[in-house]
Each structure stands twice: as structure tokens, then as C-alpha cells.
Design a protein around this ligand. Structure first.
Ligand code: RB5
Length: 148
């Protein structure tokens, strides 16, 4: 039987997200994914759109299969990523919203607010997103409408 390849994942954040970004990137690598950390590397104040755009472009262009973005609330990163055609970024808060983001919305970028969510809840949500599958059908018709 053919073994399917694990999705490759680009991850980025801002200064509010340095610690959670490392936790999530380590988790993804342990899970066997190829992970590209698109920064920032240091804790100094940065502008979230600079880093959100890198991941959104990488996913929109097919360079990486999926993306993870983190800022303080997750709001700025969501706004940034959803400006890119083909990107469906979902700000999630727990494993339920993460699973729905996959099953109903086929989110290809998962977004977290590092100042809102605990590390363990974020890891749980990430696992839930990765282990769920898009349900298609009426949900496919709806996500197709986003690009019309
Ligand atoms: C940075 O202070 C903060 O504004 C940013 O991390 C994010 O929450 C924006 O949406």
C-alpha cells in the first residue's frame, strides 16, 4: 500500500509568539513533518504582516502544504493571511474549532493567539487539525464560493 507523505508546514509569528512558535514547531518536527520556521528569530518588536505574508505566500504558491501563524491575539495574522487568494486561515481556540476548521472549512493555515491560548491547548488543537479530514460535499461548494 502506498504511504502518503506528511504535509510540509511553514510557521511564523511575531514577538508575542516566540515561545509558542518553538513549542509548535518542535511538536510538528517530532510528528515527522518538514517544518520551515519563517521567523522571527529574536524577541524584538516586529510587524506581524511581514511574517504572516511569508507563510501565506508559501502556502498560496504551493511551496508548503500548510501554514501555522501566531501573534498575540491571532487576529492580525488571520487578517494578513486571508488576503492571499487560495489561503483559508482559521483562528482557532481549542481542538473543537481546529477540527471544524479542517472538516468544514478546509483551512490550510491555522492561527493562534499566543496571549489567549495555553501551550498545551494549542498543541492539542494543532493535533486535532492535522488528524482531521475535510468532509467535502456541501462544505466544498461553500469554500468554492470564497474564491468566486
Ligand atoms: C503585538 O503587540 C500585537 O498587536 C500582535 O501580536 C497581534 O496580536 C495583532 O493582531
Amino acid at each position: 500500500m502506498k504511504k502518503s507523505r506528511l504535509p510540509t508546514i511553514a510557521i511564523a509569528g511575531d514577538h508575542a509568539a516566540i515561545d509558542l512558535k518553538k513549542t509548535l514547531a518542535d511538536y510538528l518536527r517530532q510528528r515527522g513533518h518538514e517544518v520551515k520556521d519563517m521567523g522571527p528569530k529574536v524577541r524584538k518588536s516586529v510587524n506581524y504582516p511581514d511574517f504572516g505574508k511569508k507563510v501565506a505566500k508559501a502556502v498560496a504558491g504551493g511551496e508548503y502544504d500548510l501554514g501555522v501563524l501566531i501573534c498575540g491575539t491571532g487576529i492580525g495574522m488571520s487578517m494578513t493571511a486571508n488576503r492571499f487568494r487560495g489561503v483559508r486561515a482559521a483562528l482557532v481556540h481549542d481542538s473543537f474549532t481546529a477540527r471544524m476548521a479542517r472538516e468544514h472549512n478546509d483551512a490550510n493555515v491555522l492561527v493562534f493567539g499566543a496571549r489567549v491560548i495555553g501551550d498545551a491547548v494549542a498543541v492539542d488543537a494543532l493535533e486535532s487539525w492535522l488528524s482531521s479530514r475535510f468532509k467535502g460535499g456541501r462544505h466544498k461548494e461553500r469554500i468554492d464560493m470564497l474564491d468566486e
